[in-house]
Design a protein around this ligand. Structure first.
Ligand SMILES: Nc1ncnc2c1ncn2[C@@H]1O[C@H](COP(=O)(O)OP(=O)(O)OP(=O)(O)O)[C@@H](O)[C@H]1O
Length: 328
């Protein structure tokens, strides 16, 4: 079942054009010239219950604008959104009950309260029933290991502790969907690990659907099975990570080290892209020849000492998608 359904979503921002110099500033003050920016340009997608989706793109691509519309903070210019069948614009209160939201750069905790007191306040705001709240908090405390700092004022928490607190706060009302905006930003390796484990845990044990915006490709690789890539307000890729990598980067590298020099290094289906002493880099397309076929052909005429095949990774694929969809 689709928990999020977005059709032809558009968000335009009207901004005042700034002109250069004092004369321009004065003109702008009295005769402001308006211009329209398309933050999100006719986006459609559907997300099924239990998916972990990476919603990624370069700066200014339209990620935050989309998330703000999905959570009801911003009104779309046109198009439709359904979150668990409800329109965030028509019934924001009902949608908010279904959602947990964590912004890595901001907190929904209260600086002057202890972490536990912050949770208690959120319990009242969300009107969570006491017994259900206590049970949820017990489980969250255990998974996120909150007990050491539950009585610490929020302002004294380290970034990693605060982020764990924020994740618990977002999950207190047991939402079906969790929006995470840069949840591991600025964290050390251990804290990142804890946060990622938590995301996997709530997804597997409770079927929570997760939409993650991040610039951290390790987050994407370790958490997401599907990627939606946006650029200039449009969706430029949507699919399983492995097929995006395969489609965007069909080229592979075979690096071989020879025992001794040879005059004939060529192969009709591979291009020599680099050579240093006895080491040669062959680039080939896996749709034309497999690595094992290439190795077996070359080993018939060359004395191979050592070899390795470099598979493209998520970073190569994302670099390629940003490059091919850049505005000219
Ligand atoms: N309040 C606003 N007023 C005018 N333009 C805006 C506003 N918010 C966003 N934009 C513009 O809309 C486009 C999309 O911005 P958005 O913040 O959604 O991008 P993003 O993908 O979240 O970027 P980042 O990775 O930097 O957070 C950008 O061109 C941005 O300048």
């Amino acid at each position: 079942m689709a928990v999020i359904e977005v059709v032809d979503l558009v968000k335009e921002y009207v901004i005042t054009k700034k002109e250069k110099g004092l004369r321009g500033s004065l003109k702008g003050l009295f005769f402001p010239e308006k211009t329209t920016i398309c933050g999100v340009d006719s986006i459609s997608f559907s997300i099924e219950r239990g998916e972990i989706v990476g919603y990624i793109g370069p700066n200014g691509a339209g990620k935050s604008t989309t998330i703000k519309m999905l959570t009801g903070i911003l009104h779309p210019t046109s198009g439709s959104i359904r979150v668990c069948g409800i329109s965030p614009q028509e019934d924001r209160k009902a949608v908010v009950k279904k959602l947990g939201v964590v912004f890595g750069q901001r907190t929904q905790l209260y600086w002057d309260l202890r972490l536990g007191e912050s949770f208690e306040l959120l319990r009242r705001i969300y009107q969570i029933e006491q017994t259900a709240y206590e049970e949820t908090l017990r489980v969250l405390s255990e998974v996120l290991q909150l007990s050491d700092f539950i009585d610490t004022p929020v302002r004294q928490l380290s970034l990693g502790q605060r982020m764990r607190g924020d994740l618990a706060a977002a999950m207190l009302h047991s939402p079906d969907i969790l929006f995470l905006d840069e949840p591991t930003i600025g964290l050390d390796t251990e804290a990142k690990h804890a946060i990622r484990n938590f995301i996997i845990d709530i997804n597997r044990s409770r079927g929570v659907t997760v939409i993650l915006t991040t610039h951290d490709l390790d987050d994407v690789e370790q958490l997401c099975s599907r990627l939606i890539v946006v650029n200039h307000g449009k969706i430029v890729e949507d699919g399983p990570i492995q097929s995006i990598i395969g489609k965007l980067t069909p080229k592979r590298l075979l690096v071989i080290e020879l025992q001794h020099h040879s005059d004939d290094l060529t192969h009709p289906s591979a291009e020599i892209v680099k050579q240093e002493g006895l080491t040669i880099w062959y680039q080939f397309e896996k749709t034309k020849i497999t690595a094992s076929e290439l190795i077996s052909d070359l080993s018939r005429k060359l004395a191979i000492q050592d070899l390795s095949v470099k598979e493209p990774d998520i970073e190569d694929a994302i670099r390629e998608v940003y490059k091919t969809t850049a505005k000219v």
